[in-house]
Ligand binder design. Structure first.
Ligand code: RAM
Length: 924
């Protein structure tokens, strides 16, 4: 007996060990970043993910330890913080609350997760390195050249000695404008166009580099090249420029602080100051819009090497401080993320070449050329050929389009220095293009020429995948992703070539789609700071943030990004701090809107936002088919005023500000009443016009403003209008975001699919059929071919076709802890495979129709639970399998399959409640 008991015990131990191995904790992040450097947040937040092969697993408790060495954490102790065992299933944004963190220090951390009372698993150690936490620790000065910098990029350098063994060396670097930073001849890090653009008068972001391995014993040299960026914008005759381009705040300037800790415990700081030297470099022109010129004959060989003789260089001067607070750039920097080889090239005449990348991109080109010294190679890009409306595959005889100055007047000129092969790519500008034109100054073909496209963007991680049996949907999704990539350039831009404008409206309407396609949390955290920095005296959040790259048109929907984005982040990323941080300024913004109501064209209607500040500032809908704007701007502007007060009341609820919450709720109610009184016609069930305007009807439904008893009628007007247009939309960037959710939720699933797959104007298919590889600015095909603002359609793909509901649809909860999966299956669609990497883990929904059955593979991340609503046409007579086990038959739930807790009938769905795990359902 004893023996059996003993064996039994051993078996249990073995089983629990095995189980242990099947669960692992990884993807540890601090402030959303993996092993970040330069964390300057006093209480950084920790997140982790749990992976398990078992079903139905939950974290019952966790423990975080933070120590000063990896070794310490390996011993399962944390001298800086030991949270102790904390019950609960939180895995996202857990706040540090240990000993005060020191500046410029590397901390190691681990998390331990309990799966039940006994079993626990430790993660591997991860780390974070702090930035400079106290202002008075900054010793560096802003430095620049004595002469005024207009177009050229100066070189800066400084020699210093290292005479002891280094334990750690960390460089904090930034610039007013752009910089490239070098140590001992080598470019440090892979950032380009750094730092990310901010309003430098308010905030400047520094990057943190671990440079321990780049320093050596003896003489070392720090070097930098400076670019004009958004700080020293100038207009140059003949070169493209836009809006803000033309304003200069002075010379670009460098700021650098290198902190060296020696093995003997001493430390030393090397900073940018007046001991640096400068001279002219090979970049003779650089302008964020107009391009870059590089004269290789002006290169200074070895200028950043340690032993270079800089006797002939000039001293730098200490520049005025740009004025902004130095903050760490805690978001992925801009990088070259991809290189594209041309799919076709032509050489129409001597010295002229055309290349087709087969894909519209944002970035620049890379040139490899063997020609003759002094020969100038000019490179330009364009989105179409032969000045036509749409792109097409390059053929002999084609010319690049020059109908837009933003293509014709944007270029790089490269002057060769030798007869050898030379390689060049620009560094202080980017643009948008598909075709590349190369011309030589002497009309001669170079001996050798190779051109590639370099994709440049904020390196936000890809986050979602979508594939279906309908290649048009796949192409729309792909074009949407490319347009997002083209327009994430440290802030969301409208387009990469014409304006590079920081339009809050464009960024806002695309945000939820982006949150599926990319991991946007750190990027939006930065952008929200830009919005706060850009707030005007009267409380207004302008149409563009950061303001240096914009200052242009928009309406209330643009500034509303400041309330919408944090609200979405709170739900998608379980981030409450983002609400806390911005709440006071959000309130001021709402107050501004309140004041606006009584200061606009009709002050007698204080709860209606009538036209104000001229056409360009009070836009309503934008870029609808035919007309750009909408017939009645105040409908949209007042709607967003209402929606902002409603959301702010909910934000106040979340933060526990009850009185505020009541005030804002009351305000939203009042606006709603006035909105209906002013714009709603109960006879026609129409808002704002005499003929259906889809956007108005959609907004009224989304915001739940429609008076009792009229919802169905309002919904029907949209359906009728779409049908009257042969299943076409009639929306601009605002209505488009809400079109599919409203149709599907209203039961018009087939119509939703039909609108999404049209191929005649106005539709996404019209663009795709005309060879577009990105999304356009206008349904007609005019103007920019790389605007992301219509990309919201992919919300429909993820949330409704794949059926992975987001926390905004009402069934999936904050941070995806409880996930609702409900595919809406159109008749003509055969399969969908989709996944979303949520903060709780990866959610997968793959369904396909096969031989009369419906197969649905679902992955529910560990530590979460799901409801999977399977579509069934004939509930009474279906059998449902999970793997090979029956879980539903004869109209009844069959218990016993691990992970499956319950099945209930809901209309034409069987709703399966599951724990975490991978499931393969089949409805027969
Ligand atoms: C244009 C841009 C942008 C839009 C504004 C109103 O300049 O295309 O996308 O937001 O107008």
């Amino acid at each position: 007996m004893k023996k059996t008991y003993f064996l039994f015990l051993i078996a249990i131990i073995i089983i629990s060990c095995v189980q242990n191995h099947k669960t692992n904790i990884s993807e540890l992040t601090v402030e959303y970043l993996t092993n970040p450097l330069g964390v300057d947040v006093e209480q950084p937040r920790f997140s982790w993910k749990i992976f398990s092969e078992e079903r139905d697993e939950k974290q019952t408790a966790y423990q975080i330890i933070v120590g000063e060495s990896a070794k310490e954490t390996e011993n399962e102790t944390g001298s800086v913080w030991d949270s102790g065992k904390i019950s609960g299933d939180e895995t996202v944004n857990v706040e540090f609350s240990g000993k005060p963190l020191q500046s410029n220090t590397k901390y190691f951390w681990r998390v331990r997760v309990w799966l039940d009372d006994k079993t626990s698993v430790w993660s591997e150690p991860a780390f974070f390195h702090t930035g400079i936490l106290n202002k008075n620790e900054w010793a560096a000065k802003w430095i620049t050249t004595q002469n005024e910098i207009i177009d050229a990029s100066p070189l800066l350098r400084k020699q210093f000695k290292v005479e002891k063994e280094i334990e750690q060396a960390v460089a904090y670097v930034t610039a007013a404008g752009f910089y490239e930073f070098y140590l001992n001849g080598q470019k440090v890090g892979n950032h380009v166009l750094d730092p990310g653009v901010t309003d430098y008068r308010e905030t400047i972001l520094y990057s943190t580099y671990d440079v321990t391995d780049l320093l050596k014993n003896g003489t070392n040299t720090a070097g930098a090249m400076l670019g004009n960026g958004a700080w020293n914008f100038r207009k140059t005759e003949g070169r493209w420029s836009w809006g803000g381009g033309g304003a200069s705040f002075g010379n670009p300037a460098l700021w650098m602080q290198l902190m060296i800790d020696y093995a003997d415990g001493c430390s030393e700081v090397i900073v940018s100051d007046n001991s640096w030297k400068t001279t002219d470099g090979p970049v003779t022109f650089n302008n964020l819009y107009g391009g870059e010129d590089y004269d290789a004959q002006k290169e200074v060989p070895g200028w950043a090497d340690a032993d270079f003789d800089d006797a002939g260089w000039n001293p730098v001067i200490v520049a005025n401080e740009p004025g902004g607070n130095l903050k760490s750039q805690l978001t992925p920097a801009i990088e070259v993320t991809q290189t594209l080889e041309p799919v076709k090239e032509t050489n129409p005449e001597p010295g002229v070449f055309l290349f087709d990348l087969g894909q519209n991109i944002a970035g620049w080109w890379k040139l490899e050329v063997k020609g003759s010294p002094g020969q100038v190679i000019r490179i330009r890009g364009s989105e179409t050929l032969n000045d036509s409306l749409f792109p097409k595959p390059l053929e002999e005889g084609d010319k690049m389009s020059t109908k837009f100055d933003y293509h014709a007047q944007t270029w790089t000129d490269y002057t060769l220095k030798s007869n050898e092969t030379e390689v060049y790519e620009p560094r202080f500008f980017y643009t948008g293009f598909r075709y590349i034109e190369v011309t030589t100054s002497d009309d001669k073909n170079p001996e050798y020429l190779k051109v590639e496209g370099r994709v440049v963007r904020s390196a936000n991680k890809r986050n979602g995948t979508f594939e279906s049996s309908d290649s048009l949907l796949n192409q729309i999704h792909r074009a949407g992703v490319w347009s997002q990539m083209g327009n994430m350039q440290s802030y969301p831009t409208d387009c990469p070539h014409r304006e590079k404008g920081a339009y809050n409206g464009d960024g806002q309407v695309i945000a939820e789609a982006s949150m599926h396609d990319f991991h946007m949390a750190p990027f939006y955290t930065k952008w929200l700071n830009d919005m706060r920095d850009s707030q005007e005296e009267n409380g207004r959040i302008p149409n563009t943030s950061p303001v240096l790259v914009g200052g242009m048109g928009g309406g209330v929907a643009w500034g509303s990004a400041y309330i919408l984005i944090p609200w979405w982040m709170h739900h998608y990323y379980d981030d409450t701090r983002i609400l806390e941080e911005h709440y006071p300024v959000m309130k001021e913004y709402l107050q501004y809107l309140k004041n606006l109501g009584s200061k606009d064209e009709d002050p007698s209607e204080p709860f209606i936002i009538d036209n104000f500040d001229g056409y360009w500032y009070s836009l309503g809908e934008w870029c609808a088919p035919g007309e750009s704007d909408c017939p009645n701007h105040p409908v949209v502007n007042t709607f967003y005023y209402y929606y902002n007060s409603l959301l702010l009341s909910q934000i106040a609820d979340e933060l526990g500000f009850e009185t505020d919450a009541e005030t804002f709720r009351a305000l939203s109610d009042t606006i709603k009443q006035h909105f209906n009184r002013k714009f709603f016609n109960p006879e026609t069930a129409l808002y704002g016009t005499e003929e259906t305007y889809q956007t108005y009807q959609l907004l009224a439904l989304v915001g739940d403003v429609v008076p009792e008893g009229y919802r169905d009628k309002v919904f029907q007007t949209i359906v009728d209008d779409i049908k009257m247009r042969d299943d076409h939309l009639n929306t601009g960037i605002i209505g488009t975001k809400y079109l599919w959710p409203v149709l599907v939720e209203g039961g018009e699933n087939e119509l939703a699919y039909s609108v999404a797959t049209q191929t005649t104007w106005p539709s996404f298919g019209y663009w795709i059929e005309n060879n577009s590889t990105t999304l356009l600015e206008k349904w007609s095909g005019e103007n920019s071919h790389n605007h992301q603002m219509f990309g919201s359609i992919t919300e429909y793909f993820y949330k409704f076709l794949a059926g992975i509901q987001s926390p905004m649809e009402g069934n999936t909860t904050k941070g995806y802890r409880q996930i609702h999966i409900e595919p809406h299956v159109p008749q003509d669609l055969g399969f969908v495979n989709a996944s979303v990497e949520t903060v709780a883990g990866k959610v997968v929904s793959n369904w396909k129709k096969e031989d009369g059955s419906f197969a649905h593979e679902v992955v529910v991340p560990m530590n979460t639970a799901a409801t999977v609503a399977l579509p069934v046409s004939d509930i009474e007579n279906v059998t449902v399998f999970e793997g090979s086990e029956k879980i539903w038959e004869n109209n009844a739930y069959l218990e016993g399959v691990s992970g499956i807790h319950k099945i209930t009938k809901e209309n034409d769905r069987l709703v399966v409640e599951t724990g975490s795990g991978n499931y393969r359902f089949r409805v027969e």
